[in-house]
Design a protein around this ligand. Structure first.
Ligand SMILES: CC(=O)SCCNC(=O)CCNC(=O)[C@H](O)C(C)(C)COP(=O)(O)OP(=O)(O)OC[C@H]1O[C@@H](n2cnc3c(N)ncnc32)[C@H](O)[C@@H]1OP(=O)(O)O
Length: 444
């Protein structure tokens, strides 16, 4: 048994079955069955019918994922599922450049003909049970709406910012890069850039490993972006020793009346070193005939703001949640990351679905490594040790704190977390702080 064919959670199956619906796995080697699922997924996101060549791409690159559907056998088109979800385990980078296996969930759709009768709830609960039964300590997703997933124990754990830069005001003041920027075809980038992206993601908490499909889509060679790829330009940065250390993908759009006022939209900018970061940003800001550089989905803590003459020329046009996390196994999740300060923290975690419910003690040593033990065990007699910080919180807020990008003090002020001992939020913030700002630079 693998993650892809692990049994469907009986509880969710029974609930949907009672309503005349069938929850099951798609045999992704069966082209017709998988194609029907792909069409349902696309329809669920209000996208067009998927072309045969895109179905072929998904057959090749997405078939390995766990692919779940819900069928209504009373429908005229009974072969097309009325609901979809896709999931797979992926390494998630954590503070301290460690990583954990996370259950990525995507393609959650319910047909408008079948909405609001508990299908998504059954699917999500089934996903969480499956991940938990496979020993995966947390689930992650990127969301269409911020209103859906809290009820399942998820919370935003990385934030993102859309930037817009007025290049007439933003002259470069950052360091001079040692290497050089050159154009590269998307096909060349597909192989050369992959290693760069992989090295970059290992240093940033919140990044995941991109599978072949996500990588191909990111660089415009697969999926919806394919037809638009002709407008994409790719540049790669090699350091002084000739090693690739970053790349950027951007597209140019002309101004309606002023040819000297193009907009460059940075679809992706990925760097391993600060030197590559400086080299690529400077290149983008100095593009001829360009007055606006638009950069969606950036980190909320970009050094760029400190590298131009006028920091107000770099505007954040939108700041929002991006990666959501749902802890399923508190001990495994918390022991996987590294911490910024030693200390002892007692957590009283509430989880309506039960997975993470309970009281634990986190003991962080001088190396930043944690040991987590149940507080209800005999050793602690149910009491938090006198020297421990102590908080009561929901599993959602534990997910929000997990990568160190959201502060416990803020969540206490928001009335979401309760300090059981004064000063506990500050102690948690010192310990959970991540030196690298958490960020996920793509969608999945
Ligand atoms: C990870 C991802 O894939 S994100 C993508 C999510 N999918 C989309 O945006 C595609 C378009 N939307 C849809 O396909 C559907 O409307 C879904 C998946 C959002 C919801 O499916 P449904 O089967 O209608 O949801 P279901 O009936 O199970 O509702 C479960 C709960 O969520 C709530 N809910 C459902 N949709 C929404 C919404 N859009 N906003 C807020 N709450 C919602 C319901 O009220 C219900 O609440 P409760 O159980 O706490 O009382």
């Amino acid at each position: 048994m693998t993650f892809a064919d692990a049994p469907i959670a009986a509880d969710s199956f029974g609930k949907l079955n009672a309503g005349g619906l069938r929850l099951g796995l798609v045999d992704t080697s069966d082209r017709d069955a998988f194609a029907a699922w792909i069409q349902a997924d696309s329809r669920g996101f209000h996208e067009g019918r998927v072309a045969e060549k895109q179905i072929d791409e998904q057959l090749q690159d997405v078939a390995y994922r766990r692919t779940t559907g819900v069928w209504d056998d009373s429908m005229t088109d009974a072969a097309t599922p009325v609901a979809t979800v896709s999931s797979w385990p992926t390494p998630l980078t954590l503070p301290g450049e460690t990583s954990v296996s996370a259950w990525a969930i995507s393609s959650v759709t319910v047909a408008p003909t079948h909405q609001r009768r508990g299908i998504a709830r059954a699917l999500l609960e089934a996903e969480l049970r499956t991940a938990h039964s496979l020993g995966i300590p947390l689930a992650i997703l990127t969301v269409s709406e911020a209103t859906i997933y809290s009820r399942f124990g998820f919370a935003p754990t990385t934030m993102t910012a859309d930037l817009e830069i007025d290049t007439r005001r933003a002259s470069w003041t950052g360091p001079a890069a040692s290497g050089r920027v050159q154009f590269i075809s998307l096909e060349q980038l597909q192989s050369v850039g992959r290693g760069v992206a992989e090295r970059a993601r290992r240093g940033v908490p919140g990044e995941i490993e991109l599978d072949d499909y996500l990588w191909g889509r990111l660089i415009g060679l697969l999926g919806d972006a394919k037809d638009e790829a002709k407008n994409l330009r790719a540049v790669i940065y090699h350091d002084a020793a000739g090693a690739p250390q970053g790349f950027a993908l951007y597209r140019l759009a002309s101004h309606a009346t002023d040819f000297a006022a193009h907009t460059a939209t940075v679809e992706h900018l990925c760097t391993v070193t600060d030197d590559a970061y400086a080299g690529l940003w400077r290149y983008l800001l100095e593009l001829p005939l360009v007055t606006t550089v638009s950069a969606p989905l950036r980190s909320v803590d970009e050094p760029l703001i400190w590298q131009v003459t006028d920091s107000r020329a770099v505007r954040t046009t939108h700041r929002r949640d991006h990666l959501w996390a749902r802890i399923l196994d508190v001990t495994a999740a918390l022991e996987a990351r590294r911490y910024s300060a030693p200390g002892r923290i007692a957590l009283d975690v509430t989880d309506r679905l039960g997975f993470a419910h309970g009281r634990v003690l986190i003991a962080v040593d001088a190396t930043g490594t944690a040991q987590v033990s149940p507080l209800d065990g005999l050793e602690h007699n149910g009491e938090a040790p006198a020297d421990a910080a102590s908080l009561a919180l929901t599993v959602n807020d534990l997910g929000a704190l997990y990568l160190g990008g959201v502060s416990a003090r803020t969540l206490v002020r928001a009335g979401r977390i309760t300090e059981l001992r004064p000063g506990s939020a500050d102690a948690v913030d010192a310990t959970f702080h991540s030196p690298a700002t958490p960020w996920l630079s793509s969608w999945f």
